[in-house]
Write a protein that binds this ligand. Structure first.
Ligand code: IPM
Ligand code: MN
Length: 367
């Protein structure tokens, strides 16, 4: 595994810079504790990049990302560029970056924290702990699209090449081998030829992993099962658009979209970002939940085999959840600000005493 040193920091829009600052705090604490040497290089991305350069993914940003060992991304999107019919939009930057870095595997872990079980609007979340392997650089997101000449028809084509299915399938099966050895392929093979192609390809690859219990579900049924019985899933393997939809749906299991991290992995590059968006209404108020961003940084450490370092962050987050050190999306009564939660996690990593002022109560809690 190559060394983690140069980290591109694309904080982006809305709450992006605020949650990013907390992830950097955590990483600097790790750097200090384990005597690592991280170089953080900031670059523009998304709406802020359009404002400053006219482009959502400026060439300079792409260069920094390509030259880095890993990319950390906050969030993109602002109300100014929310109209999906606009010619230049922040999303194009993100999609362009994923494609340019070849990030074909998007890995989105979902888990129910014991302390938060009551917060989920779903009943049976206890024991839910699964990971979505979403194909990220192909399918309908990147297929041919357009309108016919007299503008009476619009289209987006969903197609996959065999090698695109194979590489994400191998990644998902390998993950299953390190987890509970269950893999569920989610598709729409009862209707779509492209799904039958996926199934045929994944069926063949499954034979190389005989110890993994391999099953299939149609996307409509899977969407229901995720709500009815989320604990039944271990690794979910699916195409780009299906994975996009399922991962937002799955986020309600843990109680807040603010808890879900992700990693996007390619052959040469890797990027780590929260599943949530830029939450423009919360920007500048120090109220955003930094957990997903901080956990994304932990996934980065894990990807570089810094297992203990990653564990420190996971443990700090677990302890925060257990002790109700949470932002207002999770605990409106006694809420901590985004930066306070970052401070607590930093202190926990460094083994310092924790003294945090609660925003609402004006009191201190000590753990
Ligand atoms: C995500 C987002 C993106 C996607 C958007 C912002 C382009 O929803 O990362 O899930 O659709 O992939
Ligand atoms: Mn999405």
């Amino acid at each position: 595994m190559k060394k983690l040193q140069n980290i591109a920091v694309l904080a982006g829009d809305g709450i992006g810079p605020e949650v990013m600052a907390q992830a950097i705090k955590a990483l600097k604490a790790i750097e200090e504790k384990y005597k690592h040497n991280f170089h953080f290089k900031e670059a523009l991305m998304g709406g802020i990049a359009i404002d400053k350069t006219g482009e959502p993914l400026p060439a300079e940003t792409l260069k920094i990302a390509l030259e880095s060992d890993a990319v950390l991304l906050g969030a993109i999107g602002t109300p100014k560029y929310a109209d999906p019919t606009m010619k230049v939009r922040p999303e194009q930057g993100l999609l362009g970056l994923r494609k340019a870095l070849g990030l074909f595997a998007n890995i989105r872990p979902v888990k129910a924290y014991d302390k938060l079980i009551g917060l989920s609007p779903i009943k049976n979340v206890a024991g839910a702990d699964f990971v979505i392997y979403r194909e990220l650089t192909g399918g309908i997101y990147f297929g041919e699209s357009g309108r016919n000449e007299d503008d009476t028809m619009g289209y987006d084509i969903m197609s996959y090449e065999r090698h695109e299915v194979e590489r994400i399938a191998h990644a998902a099966f390998k993950s299953a081998m390190n987890r509970r050895s269950e893999l569920c392929l989610v598709d729409k093979a009862n209707v779509l030829e492209v799904s039958r192609f996926w199934r045929e390809t994944v069926d063949r690859i499954a034979k190389e992993y005989p110890s993994v219990n391999y099953t299939q579900l149609y996307i409509d049924n899977a969407a229901m099962q995720i709500i009815l019985n989320p604990a039944r899933f271990d690794v979910v393997l699916t195409a780009n658009l299906f994975g996009d939809i399922l991962s937002d749906e799955a986020s309600v299991i843990s109680g807040s979209l603010g808890l879900l991290p992700s990693s996007s992995i390619g052959e040469k590059h890797c990027l780590f970002e929260p599943v949530h968006g830029s939450y423009p209404e919360g920007a500048g108020k120090d109220i955003a939940n930094p957990t997903a961003m901080i956990l994304s940084a932990a996934m980065m450490l894990e990807h570089f085999d810094m297992v203990k370092e990653a564990r420190d962050i996971y443990d700090a987050v677990d302890l925060c959840m257990e002790k109700s050190i949470m932002t207002e999306d999770l605990n409106p009564e006694v809420s901590y600000s985004c930066s306070q939660m970052g401070d607590v996690i930093e202190s926990l990593i460094l083994g310092e005493d924790i003294k945090v002022k609660s925003v609402k109560e004006g009191s201190y809690s000590i753990i």
